[in-house]
Design a protein around this ligand. Structure first.
Ligand code: AMP
Ligand code: MG
Length: 418
C-alpha cells in the first residue's frame, strides 16, 4: 500500500526512465488475434514464427556465371567443358547429378548450385568458346554460393514473440509461407484532457479559451505506438467531475491525463488521485519541457483488473508530446506485448551555439537539415513549451544534458528523432 506521508519524488530523467522500465517489465500482455499478413505492419507478434524449411532451401548462386570446381581453377586462364545451363527455379529432374573434373555449368542468380560444384565464377571473368568456356580468374571454395540452410534452419526461430512487424519481418514471414500472423490486441488508452479554459473543436472559443489540441497529438502518438486511443470529454478543474472521468478512464488499459499537474491552485489531478488511493512512482522529472509529469497506478474497484497505470502529462502541448515519448510510450508498448525497446538517439553536428540554464535535461525542438556528412542541426526559435507552431516546424529534439550551460557550434549533440 502507498504511504501517503511519503511524498512521491521528483526524479532525474534517467531515474524516471528506470522506474518506467521496471513497471513495464512487470506487465503481462493481454489477448491476441489472427491478422492477415498484409494488415500486420506495426503490430506486435504474439507467437514465434519458425522456418518451415531451410533457407535457402538449396545452395543458391548469388551471381550469373559458371558453377565450377574451384580446384579446377588453381591455374588460370583455364578452359572448362560447359555441360549445360541451370536457371532459377530449375526443376530437380533437369538438374545435373554432378559436375566432374574439368566441367562447368552455366548458371543464373538464384539458381541451385549443382552437386560437385563448390563456387561460381562471375560471367564477367569468362569468355565462351563454343561448348567450352575460358576462365580468367580463380575462385575460393564457397565463393558466390549461399549454402543450404545458411540463413535459417528448418524449425528454427525466424521472428521472436514481441517483435514489431516491419517490412523485413513481414518479408521473412512471407518467405515462411505465413499468410496470417498471431498478434497482440492493441491496448486501449484513455485520454482525459483537463482544464476549464479548454474547449472542443466544434466550439467557437471565447477570447481566453484554448482549443483542445493535446487529445489529438496524443491520439496520434498512441496510434503510432500501437494503441487504440479512447478520447474522453474535457474534464473541468472541479474535483467531483474530474474524479468521475478518471474512474471512467481507469477502465482502459492505460490512462493518460493532460493538464492539471502543475503547482497552480486549480491543478487538481494529483489531489484527486491521492483521494482515490493512487500510488505515485514519481510526481516530476528534472526535464524541460515536461517537468511536472506524474506516473502512478490506481485501483479500479474491478476484480478482473484491480489497477491501471496512469500518467498525468503536463498540459503545455509540447510537454505533452515529449513526456509521452519519454515515459508513456514504453508502458503502452509493454501493454501491447512488445519486447523492451530503448530510446534511440542519433548524433549530429550543431549549427549554432546553445546557451541554457543547467539543472534540467532538455529536449528542445530542432531542425536537422542536410544529408549524410553535411547534416547540421539547430534549435527552432520557440516561445516555450506551449509553442506548437515551432514544434511543427521541427523534425527532432536536441537533447541537452543537465550539466551543460553552453554547447558550441560544431559539437556533436544527441537527437531524439520524431
Ligand atoms: P496546465 O498543465 O493545466 O497548467 O496547462 C498548462 C498549459 O497548457 C496552459 O496554458 C493550458 O491552457 C495548456 N493546455 C492544457 N491542456 C491543453 C489541451 N488539451 N490542449 C491545448 N492546450 C492545453
Ligand atoms: Mg490546467
Amino acid at each position: 500500500m502507498p504511504d501517503p506521508s511519503v511524498p512521491a519524488p521528483v526524479l532525474t530523467f534517467e531515474d524516471a526512465r528506470r522506474v518506467v522500465e521496471k513497471q513495464a517489465a512487470l506487465i503481462q500482455p493481454g489477448e491476441s488475434e489472427l491478422v492477415d499478413l498484409l494488415a500486420s505492419a506495426g503490430r506486435i507478434l504474439a507467437d514465434q514464427v519458425v522456418a518451415d524449411r531451410d533457407i535457402p532451401p538449396f545452395p543458391r548462386s548469388t551471381r550469373d556465371g559458371y558453377a565450377v570446381r574451384s580446384a579446377d581453377l588453381a591455374q588460370v586462364p583455364a578452359t572448362l567443358d560447359v555441360i549445360g545451363e541451370i536457371k532459377a527455379g530449375e526443376k530437380s529432374d533437369r538438374m545435373f547429378a554432378g559436375i566432374g573434373v574439368g566441367q562447368a555449368v552455366s548458371i543464373m542468380t538464384g539458381a541451385p548450385v549443382p552437386a560437385g560444384a563448390d563456387a561460381i565464377v562471375m560471367v564477367e571473368y569468362t569468355s565462351p568458346r563454343g561448348k567450352q568456356v575460358e576462365i580468367g580468374r580463380g575462385v575460393a571454395p564457397g565463393e558466390n554460393v549461399v549454402p543450404r540452410g545458411a540463413e535459417a534452419r528448418q524449425g528454427g526461430a525466424l521472428i521472436n514473440r514481441g517483435a514489431r512487424l516491419n517490412e523485413a519481418t513481414i518479408a521473412l514471414a512471407a518467405s515462411a509461407g505465413r499468410a496470417q500472423l498471431l498478434v497482440h490486441k492493441r491496448p486501449r488508452v484513455a485520454v482525459l484532457t483537463t482544464g476549464d479554459e479548454i474547449v472542443g473543436l466544434t466550439t467557437v472559443p471565447g477570447p481566453t479559451q484554448i482549443r483542445n489540441s493535446n487529445s489529438y497529438s496524443l491520439a496520434t502518438q498512441i496510434r503510432e505506438a500501437g494503441g487504440t486511443p479512447v478520447l474522453l470529454p474535457i474534464a473541468p478543474d472541479e474535483p467531483q467531475r474530474l474524479r468521475s472521468w478518471i474512474e471512467e478512464g481507469l477502465k482502459s488499459d492505460l490512462l493518460l491525463m493532460t493538464g492539471g499537474v502543475s503547482m497552480g491552485r486549480y491543478d487538481l489531478v494529483e489531489q484527486v488521485l491521492t483521494e482515490m488511493g493512487a500510488e505515485f512512482f514519481f510526481t516530476g522529472a528534472k526535464i524541460q519541457p515536461g517537468r511536472p509529469v506524474v506516473f502512478g497506478k490506481c485501483g479500479t474497484g474491478n476484480r478482473e483488473k484491480p489497477s491501471t497505470y496512469f500518467f498525468g502529462l503536463p498540459g503545455n502541448p509540447v510537454s505533452t508530446m515529449v513526456t509521452f515519448e519519454l515515459f508513456a510510450r514504453p508502458m503502452l508498448e509493454a501493454l501491447g506485448g512488445m519486447s523492451r525497446s530503448k530510446l534511440t538517439f542519433v548524433y549530429a553536428k550543431l549549427k549554432s551555439e546553445i546557451r541554457v540554464k543547467p539543472g534540467l535535461k532538455r529536449f528542445l525542438p530542432a531542425l536537422l537539415s542536410g544529408e549524410f556528412e553535411d547534416s547540421l542541426v539547430e534549435l527552432v526559435p520557440w516561445q516555450g513549451s506551449g509553442d506548437i507552431a515551432a514544434t511543427a516546424r521541427a523534425n527532432c529534439y536536441i537533447v541537452i544534458p543537465p550539466d551543460r550551460d553552453q554547447i558550441s557550434a560544431g559539437e556533436f549533440v544527441a537527437l531524439l528523432l520524431r
